[in-house]
Each structure stands twice: as structure tokens, then as C-alpha cells.
Design a protein around this ligand. Structure first.
Ligand SMILES: [Mn+2]
Length: 451
């Protein structure tokens, strides 16, 4: 027997991918679109099961926009005899239960809807049989690890008289990374020793393979990237299970991709050159994405960039103005290249944010440092700070900066709490960063006046 499972979670139907500026002509697609892509993909590729790992519906918009599309998709799948097995997450702990309650189809299973673990064998029309364990949220948070009350696979096999050839699959929404999470903290070791074949999970929006086999432990991630933190390829997972093997593969269905990219602006001068450089780097990156990701970009039509400027520039103050203007004028555009073998040239590219980490270029700084003037002293301080040589001016500024920093932490208890793990090394690093920036600013003012 080989069972085909399409696995997804954290769709957050009701939400829309964020990052398009409100004045932009481009709107990023709503999550209900990806839900219909998943439904179609499951039907076209004849999956036996669709596994939904929770947070299918977003809590904020759970009644207005989400229930209709979800119900329609579920009924379409059920009518094609695809078994839908799901558990609820912290976003849809109440609403999934309500939807299921009213539907009259036999192919939809919400596991754990009565509280605690639910164990059951589910068999497809073609007699493919899997044994499932599922646990669902019943509140917005859950501080205890639900795995503590899970029955081990060996025990379940005896208790439920499961055939030796029937695979055991666990479905749960929770947090395997953080033991103190209030969203069902999950102990990986319990999963590893559970004697299950696979654990399919929800809650984390970035796909992750926690364990490759015996058991497979998988976060499919959000099938559609929803915000700028969710970079890289997103989609659902295709998992095939036989009685001694689990295979998995991402199906990249997301129409949206977020990218973080560094742009070195060292060799640009005026605004036009700056803009050309930024645009060129974006085009190159988009083109590379389409050429190197075999098939991974078939469904992609929106790319959202966060840019990080690097290098040295002779007029850093203006660079910051240009960034603002770039975001105001050119924030969304179409990349002029051909996608694979198709005739589709039109891809929507959005620049969401530009962060400037490029620094002021100071020409002839060594010579300047020989002067006895204020500028000379600043230049010398800058050279020493960069080389790590002790410098009395730097030490004075540092001392002042430390005093202010410590005072800020004393006054702001929240800040102090957040920073309690930050040690002196971090304080030193922040001070150095601040002084470097200020010295460079001072010197760049001097250059501007001279011109
Ligand atoms: Mn969640």
C-alpha cells in the first residue's frame, strides 16, 4: 500500500499577504486563493488524503471571509472521495468545529474535537488504511505539552488491534522550538520515541523538516508566504507513506515570495546611478530565481523585496533621501524578462523596504588625520576605532554613551527585561556602531562644506 497525503496548515484564510504599500497599484493575493490552489492540486493529482494542521482560518476574519471558501473547498474534496483529516490550531479552535458540525459529508475528520487525543483508523475508498492520532486546540492558548498524554504507538497497536502494515500518523498544531511557548509546546523526544511513522504539524509558518524518517517530523509551513519574515519558497507538502517508508516533497504553490537582498552601492554616485544599480540588482535576482528554481516558480507572480544597502558611498545623506524617493516613486514595477518557455513577461515586483547600512566614504582620511584641527581629531579617532587602537576621544564618547545606555535600561523596566541577557560585549558593539556612524557623519559634513 502507498498512501498519498497532501499536507498543509497555517493558511490563515481571511488574511492577505502583506507588504504592498497602500498606494501601490499592486495588491498581494488573499490566502483564500491558495486554499483553492491546494484543493485543485489535491483533486488533479488524485491524493488520498488532505491533511490540515490547524490555523486554516485566521482568527481576525474568521466569519466574514473565511468560512464560505473553506466550506466550498472541503465539499469539493469530499465529493471526490479525498479524505480530509485535520486538527484545529490557536486561530481556528472554535470555528472549525462549527463548520464540521453542520456538514453532512463522511470524508471530513476533525481529530480531537471533543478534547484530548483522538485515535482512529481512516480508510480510503481504495482500501488504503492509515491510523491517525490528532489533538486540537480548544482555547487560544495551551501551556501544557499535549504529547505528555499521548499513547505510544506500540500500545496503540495492541489496543486498537492495528495491522502491523498500517502506518501511524500524528497530526498536531504546536511549537517544537520553544519549551515555554503558550501555543502547545511540543517535546521532540516524545515524538522521536513515539513509534509513529510520521508527525505532521502546524503553527510555524516556515517549512522545516525536524526529522527525516522514523518518524518523519514535518512543519509544512504556510503554503502562501504571508509577510516579509516568511522568505523563500512556500507551498504544501506531498507525503507518500508505505508501511516502511515516508517520502516527502514540497509543492511550491505560493503566488508570493519574499526576498531579503543586499545591494552594494559603493560604485554609484548620483541618484540616477543609484536607482539603476538597485533596479539592476532586482532584475538579476528575479531572473536568477526563475532560471535556477526548477519548477519552483510556476505559480509565482509576486516578489516582494526588502533591500539592505552595503558598501561605502561619498554622499550617504543623499542616499537616504534617494531611498525614500525610490520607495515613493518606484515601489512596484514589472521585471522585463521572459519566464522560462512561457510568453509571460509580467511579474509584479514590489520593494517593501530599503535599509541603509552603507557608510560614508571618507577620501584621504590618513592625511586628514595628521591635521591638528577638530576634523583631524575626528579622522584620527575614526581610524583608531576601526583598527581597534586605543584613542582618548573614543574612550570619552564611549564613557558618555555607556552612562546614557545604562540609565535608559534602568528607567525602562520592559527594556531591561528584554535586554537582561545582553552582556557587556553587546553594549560595546552597540557603542562602537554608534560612534563610527557619528564620526563618519561629522566628517561627511566637513567634506560637503569644502565642496
Ligand atoms: Mn498557530
Amino acid at each position: 500500500m502507498e498512501a498519498k497525503l497532501l499536507v498543509t496548515g497555517d493558511i490563515h484564510i481571511g488574511r492577505r499577504s502583506s507588504g504592498a504599500p497602500s498606494e501601490s497599484s499592486i495588491k498581494l493575493p488573499p490566502a483564500k486563493n491558495i486554499w483553492f490552489s491546494i484543493v485543485n492540486y489535491a483533486i488533479e493529482n488524485k491524493f488520498d488524503f488532505l491533511i490540515l494542521t490547524g490555523d486554516i482560518i485566521d482568527r481576525e476574519n474568521r466569519y466574514y471571509e473565511a468560512v464560505g471558501p473553506l466550506t466550498k473547498g472541503l465539499l469539493d474534496l469530499a465529493s471526490k472521495n479525498i479524505k480530509i483529516v485535520m486538527t484545529s490550531g490557536n486561530h481556528d479552535f472554535d470555528v472549525l468545529k462549527e463548520i464540521i458540525k453542520d456538514n453532512k459529508f463522511e470524508n471530513i475528520y476533525l481529530l480531537g474535537s471533543e478534547g484530548g487525543w483522538e485515535y482512529r483508523t481512516i480508510e480510503t475508498g481504495s482500501k488504503k488504511s492509515l491510523f491517525f492520532a490528532g489533538w486540537s486546540f480548544h482555547n487560544e492558548s495551551e501551556k501544557e505539552d499535549p504529547l505528555l498524554s499521548l499513547k505510544n504507538g506500540d500500545q496503540l497497536k495492541k489496543e486498537y488491534k492495528i495491522a502491523e502494515s498500517t502506518p501511524l500518523v500524528g497530526i498536531i498544531h504546536g511549537d517544537i522550538y520553544n519549551k515555554k511557548s503558550i501555543y502547545a509546546p511540543l517535546d521532540k523526544n516524545i515524538m522521536l520515541s513515539s513509534n509513529f511513522d510520521a508527525w505532521l504539524m502546524g503553527h510555524i509558518h516556515k517549512a522545516d523538516i525536524i526529522n527525516k524518517s522514523f518518524p518523519l517530523i514535518l512543519y509544512p509551513g504556510s503554503p502562501q508566504a504571508l509577510d516579509a519574515g516568511e522568505t523563500g519558497t512556500h507551498g504544501a507538502y506531498s507525503v507518500t507513506i508505505t508501511n516502511n517508508l515516508c517520502n516527502y516533497k514540497m509543492v511550491p504553490l505560493s503566488p508570493v515570495r519574499y526576498e531579503k537582498m543586499e545591494v552594494d552601492i559603493s560604485n554609484t554616485t548620483g541618484r540616477e546611478e543609484f536607482r539603476n544599480k538597485v533596479t539592476e540588482e532586482i532584475y538579476n535576482s528575479v531572473e536568477e530565481l526563475y532560471n535556477t528554481n526548477n519548477g519552483a516558480t510556476e505559480h509565482l507572480n509576486h516578489i516582494v523585496f526588502d533591500l539592505l544597502l552595503k558598501g561605502e558611498h561619498s554622499d550617504i545623506e543623499n542616499v537616504e533621501n534617494w531611498c525614500e524617493k525610490f520607495l515613493a516613486d518606484d515601489t512596484s514595477f514589472t521585471a522585463p524578462y521572459k519566464r522560462g518557455n512561457s510568453d509571460n513577461f509580467a511579474e509584479n515586483v514590489i520593494v517593501r523596504k530599503i535599509k541603509n547600512e552603507a557608510s560614508q566614504k571618507i577620501p584621504n582620511i590618513e592625511k586628514l588625520a595628521e591635521q591638528k584641527s577638530v576634523v583631524g581629531i575626528a579622522a584620527k579617532a575614526l581610524i583608531d576605532l576601526e583598527k581597534g587602537v586605543e584613542n582618548s576621544i573614543v574612550e570619552k564618547i564611549k564613557k558618555n554613551w555607556y552612562a546614557k545606555y545604562d540609565e535608559m535600561i534602568r528607567r525602562n523596566k520592559v527594556y531591561a527585561y528584554l535586554n537582561k541577557d545582553k552582556d557587556n560585549e553587546e553594549r560595546e558593539r552597540l557603542a562602537k556602531e554608534y560612534i563610527l556612524k557619528e564620526l563618519k557623519k561629522t566628517l561627511s559634513h566637513f567634506y560637503k562644506q569644502k565642496q
